[in-house]
Design a protein around this ligand. Structure first.
Ligand code: NAD
Length: 251
């Protein structure tokens, strides 16, 4: 992408923070923001993955910094936000992408595992929303990465499905609170996307969860995320955009 087409420079002068940007969908979002002239804060607890994303962006002439953080840890979340604000003076886009899964029936699931999934997948969204909002400039947007599991699901992933359903409800409520600040928040709910999370999913390996229809690429999700984060989506807030190649429609 290049040239004078304004659609390829939607994030010029904008600061875009992406969690889980050390792999998969988060990395594709970070790369797309940078390709469209945004300055990117790459947040992940995986140092190697995060640094690789920063290097890939730098190689293509973009701007990015790495902020190592566990997104479930309030202190580390605030430090990651501060790193972006200190470097570039504020924030315009926050993508809550980092997530984890467990694969156990509810009756066997240790309470600590429930807490872990909800903390990483949902409390993190609360933390970034709470602490980033005061630094967000008018016109800014949050995009939260949900899942088709918020809508239809399979056995053994109840905490994950709950976290994504909670995220979509949170997004609706939060959208009403930040409208007066001229900020928006939406969700993207991906279907099956070719990333380590999909490839390592034991339910998919065993055939307990069937992938009917197409498997998307991380860039397919990044395209939707960047649309919702851009001013082209200025009339969209509190919404969830399902990006699943039609998977939820297949009987
Ligand atoms: N891949 C799919 O098929 C699919 C489908 C639906 C939804 N999603 C959602 O998309 C998002 C990205 O998933 P992906 O497939 O790219 O996964 P991925 O495993 O490739 O990447 C997830 C990244 O999040 C990071 N991360 C995990 N826990 C963290 C923590 N506590 N603190 C900081 N970083 C942490 C990991 O280190 C990793 O870099 C997730 O929210 C996931 O639920 C993925």
């Amino acid at each position: 992408m290049s040239g004078n087409d304004p659609r390829t420079m939607r994030f010029e002068g904008k600061v875009c923070l992406v969690t889980g940007a050390g792999s998969g969908i988060g990395r594709a979002c970070a790369r797309r923001f940078a390709a469209e002239c945004g300055s990117v804060v790459v947040v992940d607890w995986n140092e190697q993955g995060g640094n690789q994303t920063v290097q890939e962006i730098a190689k293509s002439g973009g701007q990015a910094i790495f902020a190592k953080a566990n997104v479930a840890d309030s202190r580390e979340v605030r430090a990651a936000i501060d790193a972006g604000v200190k470097k570039w003076g504020g924030l315009d886009v926050v993508v809550n992408d980092a997530a984890t899964m467990t694969f156990q029936p509810v009756v066997d699931l240790p309470e600590e595992e429930w807490d872990k999934v909800l903390d990483v997948n949902l409390k993190s969204v609360f933390l970034f929303s709470k602490y980033a909002t005061p630094h967000m400039r008018p016109g800014g947007a949050f995009v939260n990465i949900s899942s088709v599991h918020a809508h239809e699901t399979t056995p053994n992933v109840a905490p994950y499905a709950s976290s994504k359903g909670g995220m979509e409800a949170f997004t609706r409520g939060f959208s009403e609170e930040i409208a007066s600040r001229k900020l928006r928040v939406n969700c993207v709910a991906p279907g099956a996307v070719d990333t380590p999370m999909l490839r390592n999913n034991p339910n998919i390996k065993s055939g307990a969860e069937k992938i009917q229809g197409a498997v998307g690429q991380p860039e397919d999700i990044a395209a939707a995320v960047c649309f919702l984060a851009s001013s082209e989506a200025r009339f969209i807030t509190g919404a969830t955009l399902v990006v699943d190649g039609g998977r939820l429609d297949i009987l």
